[in-house]
Design a protein around this ligand. Sequence first.
Ligand code: CP3
Length: 343
Amino acid sequence: MLKNDLLLRAARGEETERTPVWLMRQAGRILPEYRALRGRLSGFKELVETPALAAEVTIQPVDALDVDAAIIFSDILVVPEAMGLTYEMVEAKGPLFPETIKNAQDVARMRVADPEEHLGYVLEALRVTKRALNGRVPLIGFAGAPWTILAYMVEGHGSKTFSKARRMLYAEPALAHELLAKITATTIAYLKAQVEAGANIVQVFDSWAGILPPAHYQEFSTRYIAEICRAIPEVPVTVFAKGAFWAVEEFAQLPCRTIGLDWNQDARAVRPLVGDKTLQGNLDPCALYGSREQVRAATIAMLDQFGPHRHIANLGHGVYPDTNPDNVKVFIETVKEYSPKLR
Ligand code: CP3
């Protein structure tokens, strides 16, 4: 079915003729064709909620950059919205929840969402994308990890400290668990529906993992990520927990296939801790601000660290919007040209 299944084979731990490559946030403002389409619309949500348009921007980086996977164009914040908490995407500022979770009544008001009823537009975008891709590359589905979703629902917007959300873990741990359980149930149903709609692999983004102490991370995040991994045996699951270098050994025990590393982690040190798992990452997004030669050298150094197999090349976090797409192409071309030589 798939003409290029490198990413799936690498995720499953199989040997591949070269290392597959894609970029977190590849569909977005780095591409002039994205900015052109986005500029004609009322806002980010119109793009996310219109399946034909979401499919179009999902495929843009496959055409423009020749990456080995498409990731469905959506956002992790569609899940809180499906549960009853609407978000706004404020131009040049980021997400904002006009209402937030403050107490037990607020948690009680949140529903476990039904994927078809409350997130049907994402599922339709996956189906449209799948048809349009026609087997060119695998399609990646995704969701936020329950802790990261709780952080936005309680805080209401981005924050350096997420101290309102972190306060809940100390002051009202039972309430936090109640909310995390609802988010987890929603996320499991949502990811299963994404797989049915055509996702070949799914990624769980725990963007705010790194602000928790390890004991809190285990109690309020890993156990819910574990539930999600156990519930999705149909496709490989990637867990990307930004900043949670201490959690890698626990992730190695989960039924996930791939562990994402950010640029603070050293693949050579991590490899012996994760058994036969595949690793994804981890070039520093800022390395793409260098010259072509610097980008090439940094990419080669990264590939040498990970070795030939069980590696999916990516950045250590999403690509920054002001990155020159030509340097993104150098990154991708270097992976394609250099990684066969590691074999
Ligand atoms: O190409 C892809 O990776 C697919 C699209 C994607 C988006 N958001 C589109 C988007 C994905 C995978 C996400 C995930 C996401 N969203 C995460 C987890 C990954 C991470 O970066 O840690 C988080 C924390 C969010 C929440 C979010 N969405 C924030 C904080 C922001 C504002 C910051 C920013 O980048 O502008 C967004 C907005 C957003 N999501 C944009 C895009 C393309 C930019 C908005 C626009 O184009 O108007």
